[in-house]
Write a protein that binds this ligand. Structure first.
Ligand SMILES: [Cu+2]
Length: 301
């Protein structure tokens, strides 16, 4: 199937799934405002994870994530499956961010079977990220993945109880201007993009792969090519210490489980050249998916 045909088929499948869910869930109250206009504001930093008090509803749920940490921070949202404790899921998530490939591979594989990864956000003081998806009522957990990497034994987390439902479903989300599909290929996991060309627009991210993936945008110098990015990863794989092509911390969307979709939008992201990367470890090899080819240079206006 050609890339364009494949993207159209994937979009149709995603829309069909979302429409079906909407029919089951009923139609939202007339005149209700979109959760995207009133996102749950999350801030990450040295003081932990801050979320406003008060009740939050399930259905179409939107988060806007910010940080005051100059090095940037990464938030991960998750929901353990029935019968799995949040402690168990978080301990395997902690293993997945280990620098040891065997530990990382076992950790991410166990985590995928124990919990739904519901996305997240990589943010800097300059770039806030908003993500919107359909989440049924119940408990979800926010995890500071940056803090988890630094101190796996002491997760910084926040439980959020989604009570009731807004009655709004994913197909009532705002129009998205393009799409990023995370998919498997014979050569390894890949990003497939459609109209990913503006820094400030909204995009639909859909994971049709069998593993968890994220979508980082790391700034690189203008004119950086895919061949240069490939050469960097080839040198790393060969055990070298190549000069980093990255000129700043990553922003973007955190890990989502297979068959999940979300709408994402960056606020404050500057036009420029970026490397689109997934640094989630491969379930077999434990190396980041980016090292297996899940990377691409994009230019955003
Ligand atoms: Cu990945």
């Amino acid at each position: 199937m050609s890339e364009q045909l494949h993207i159209r088929a994937a979009r149709a499948a995603a829309v069909t799934t979302l429409t079906f869910a909407a029919v089951l869930g009923g139609v939202g109250p007339a005149g209700a405002t979109s959760p995207e206009d009133h996102p749950i504001e999350v801030s990450l930093g040295a003081a932990g994870i801050q979320v406003p008090d008060g009740s939050h509803t399930g259905g179409l749920v939107s988060f806007r994530v910010a940080t005051d940490d100059a090095s940037g921070r990464q938030l991960q949202l998750l929901r353990p499956h029935d019968g799995v404790t949040p402690e168990k899921a978080m301990s395997d998530l902690a293993a997945s961010v280990s620098a040891d490939p065997a530990t990382a591979a076992a950790g991410i594989k166990a985590f995928r079977t124990e919990a739904d990864a519901l996305g997240g956000a990589l943010v800097t003081p300059q770039v806030h990220e908003q993500f919107t998806e359909e989440i049924s009522p119940g408990a979800v957990y926010l995890v500071d993945l940056t803090a988890l990497r630094a101190d796996p034994a002491h997760p910084v987390t926040k439980r959020l109880d989604l009570v009731g439902t807004s009655g709004q479903s994913a197909n009532q989300a705002r129009f998205q201007d393009g799409m990023v599909i995370e998919r498997d290929s014979f050569a390894g996991p890949r990003f497939q993009t459609e109209d990913l060309d503006h820094a400030h627009l909204a995009y639909l991210v859909h994971n049709e792969s069998t593993e968890i993936h994220e979508m980082q945008l790391r700034p690189v110098a203008a004119g950086t090519t895919d061949a240069q990015l490939d050469a960097y990863y080839a040198a790393l794989a060969a055990g070298g210490k190549p000069a980093s092509p990255f000129t700043g911390p990553g922003t973007g969307f955190g890990g989502i489980s297979p068959d999940h979709s979300a709408a994402i939008q960056a606020h404050g992201l500057q036009p420029g050249t970026y490397a689109l990367l997934c640094l989630v470890p491969d379930e077999t090899l434990g190396v980041p998916h980016a090292a297996l080819g899940m990377r691409r240079i994009v230019t955003l206006q």
